[in-house]
Design a protein around this ligand. Structure first.
Ligand code: HEM
Length: 183
C-alpha cells in the first residue's frame, strides 16, 4: 500500500484523537512509522494499525476503516488536485472511479495497486462492485461517504453482499438522499 494511505490514516487519527494516539497505535502495532507518501509498504502494516485502533477505541475494524475513509477522503482528494478538480458531484466521482480516477492514480504511481470498481446507476443509488485482494470494502464505504460530504450531499450506504461474511462479492449501495442536479 502506498504511504499516502498511511499518511491519511495518520492525519485522521491525529485530527480526532491527537498525535500521541497515533504514536500509541504504532507502538501497539509494533511499527516505527515514518511513512513517505510515495513509498510502498506492506498491507499488513495498515491492517496492524487499524486493528490496534479498533482495540484501543473498542470499535470494530470495519468502523475504523469507515472513519479513516470518511474523514480522509478530503485529504486524499486534495493530494491529487489535477484528478479531482473536474468533479462536481460525488455521483460522478463514484461512477468514474474505474474509468478515470484510479487509472490516473496508477499512471502517476505505477507501483500503486488500485482496487476495481464496477459501477452502475439504479435510480438514486450508485451500485459499486468492489474487487481487491485487500478486502478493504469498509474503507471504500468511508471514502464514498467522504466524497458525499465533500460535495455537500447526503447518502446512505449499505453493503448487501460482502466477501468478508462469505458472499461472492462486495457490492456497495450508495443511495443519494439529496439530488445532485444531474438527474
Ligand atoms: C477521488 C479521489 C481518489 C483518489 C485520488 C484515490 C486514490 C487512491 C490511492 C492513491 C490509493 C492507494 C493505492 C495503493 O496504495 O496501491 C487508493 C486505494 C483505494 N481506493 Fe481510492 N482514490 C480516490 C477515491 C476513492 C473512492 C471514492 C473510493 C471508494 C468508493 C476509493 C476506494 C479505494 C480503496 C478501497 C482503496 C484501498 C486499496 C484496495 O482496496 O485495494 N477511492 N485510492
Amino acid at each position: 500500500m502506498k504511504g499516502i494511505i498511511f499518511n491519511i490514516a495518520e492525519r485522521v487519527v491525529t485530527d480526532r484523537w491527537g498525535a500521541e494516539t497515533w504514536d500509541l497505535l504504532l507502538d501497539r502495532a509494533g511499527l516505527v512509522g515514518a511513512y513517505s507518501a510515495l513509498g510502498t509498504y506492506p498491507d499488513e502494516q495498515l491492517v496492524a494499525i487499524v486493528e490496534a485502533a479498533a482495540d484501543a477505541l473498542e470499535v470494530s475494524v470495519a468502523d475504523v476503516l469507515r472513519v479513516v475513509g470518511r474523514d480522509g477522503f478530503v485529504h486524499l482528494a486534495g493530494r491529487y488536485p489535477d484528478i479531482t478538480a473536474r468533479f462536481t458531484s460525488a455521483r460522478e466521482v463514484l461512477l468514474d472511479l474505474d474509468g478515470v480516477i484510479h487509472p490516473q492514480v496508477k499512471a502517476l504511481n505505477p507501483e500503486a495497486i488500485v482496487p476495481e470498481f464496477e459501477a452502475a446507476r439504479d435510480g438514486d443509488t450508485v451500485v459499486l462492485r468492489y474487487t481487491s485482494r485487500r478486502g478493504l470494502c469498509h474503507l471504500a464505504e468511508g471514502l464514498a461517504a467522504g466524497a458525499a460530504d465533500t460535495h455537500g450531499e447526503t447518502v446512505t450506504i449499505t453493503q448487501p453482499s460482502c466477501r468478508l461474511v462469505g458472499d461472492d462479492a462486495c457490492i456497495l449501495h450508495i443511495t443519494f438522499i439529496t439530488p445532485d442536479g444531474d438527474g
